[in-house]
Design a protein around this ligand. Structure first.
Ligand code: ADE
Ligand code: ZN
Length: 354
């Protein structure tokens, strides 16, 4: 995609780091529990009288050496155990919003995992009270636009997901949509057909993780059975030419998370990441951070590291990824137009500076 107003050939690669840092962004794939930094984990553990199985913050960081998705999820669910009170959830979300604002994020559609908390006896009222307060403050003080997406844990049963959707109904107005996350292999999208249909009937947006570790068949299932409007990750879609054609035909956004893919060994190096191939296939890819406290970088860092590691990507690709992020969001059209105009202005200024 190209802006009619910008001559991208005038922007040298050497200008990209500053341009990427300055550009307005959308974050559409961020698990708020995955933004729990070790420092906050220790502070909340102390506040709540919880003993962590780590001596200190450095020991926590050393434990973040993952071999696949499951090896990460085991540590991530354990870490979320320090979240006990509404204040804890507010502090977690506020810490993320401050980082998001520093990264020039204008719109954040954040995931949370209700079952991770209700299974520990933490009520949805506690969770939602904390998030709602932090979101109101972020909109007021940081000018951030925020949406909340409740994800069902796919390693649990559909009955559990259906009961969770019932519990979420009183909070319907605070929710933008539903998603599907956790252990992908062995838990195909079809397992959640009924709960996604019910969520759709409530007017909730639908997204789903698919094609992160799972095969292209899971992406087909997310599209055709769950009616997912966006695919979270989707990098394995490239293995199926018919799927690539269908994603292109539908303009289905893919919320790609390169540093996550690197840390979870989906790719061996960033240089081998399929992001350039996704773009050259004409797919609506965008960049996201997934679980930045665990994967070593927030959204700005994902942009910087990708453009440093992938010489095939230039200013036009940066623009496409950033613009796709706004277009893929579920924000009101007037807001999207405003953010896109801001994006155009930043790129036009970079082209003028040449
Ligand atoms: N939950 C948090 N991060 C996730 C990921 N990358 N894939 C699946 N479930 C997740
Ligand atoms: Zn994710």
């Amino acid at each position: 995609m190209h802006s009619p107003k910008v001559d991208f050939s005038r922007i040298p690669r050497s200008a990209l780091p500053a341009l990427l840092a300055a550009a307005p962004k959308a974050e559409l794939h961020l698990h708020i529990e995955g933004s729990l930094e070790p420092e906050l984990m220790f502070a909340l553990a102390q506040r709540n009288g919880i003993t962590l199985p780590y001596a200190d913050v450095d020991a926590v960081r050393r434990a973040y050496a993952f071999s696949n998705l499951q090896s990460f999820l085991d540590i991530y669910y354990a870490g979320a155990g320090v979240l006990q009170t509404a204040q804890d959830f507010e502090d977690l979300a506020w810490a993320y919003f401050e980082r998001a604002a520093a990264d020039k994020i204008r719109r954040a559609e954040i995931f949370f995992d209700p079952q991770t908390h209700t299974a520990r006896g933490i009520t949805l009222d506690v969770v939602m009270t904390g998030f709602t307060r932090a979101i109101a403050r972020a909109e007021r003080e940081l000018g951030l636009s925020v949406g909340l997406i409740a994800c069902f844990l796919r390693h649990l049963s559909e009955e559990d997901a259906l009961a969770t959707l019932e519990q979420l109904k009183p909070y319907r107005r605070q929710l933008l949509g539903v998603g599907l996350d956790s252990s992908e292999l062995g838990h195909p999208p079809e397992k959640f057909a009924r709960v996604f249909a019910q969520a759709g009937a409530l007017g909730l947006h639908r997204v789903a993780h698919a094609g992160e570790e799972g095969p292209p068949a899971y992406v087909w299932g997310a599209l055709d059975t769950l009616h997912a409007e966006r695919i979270d990750h989707g990098v394995r879609s490239l293995e199926d030419a018919a799927l690539v054609a269908e994603l292109r035909r539908r303009s289905t956004p893919l919320t790609v998370c390169p540093l996550s893919n690197l840390k979870l060994c989906v790719v061996k190096t960033l240089a081998e990441h399929p992001l350039p191939a996704l773009l050259s296939e004409g797919l609506k890819a965008m960049l996201n951070s997934d679980d930045p406290a665990y994967f070593g970088g927030y959204l700005g860092e994902n942009f910087q590291q990708c453009f440093a590691a992938m010489p095939a990507l230039g200013a036009a690709d940066a623009y496409t990824l950033l613009r796709n992020g706004f277009e893929a969001s579920f924000a009101p059209e007037a807001d999207k137009a405003r953010w896109t105009a801001e994006l155009d202005a930043v790129f036009a200024a970079a082209a003028a500076a040449g």
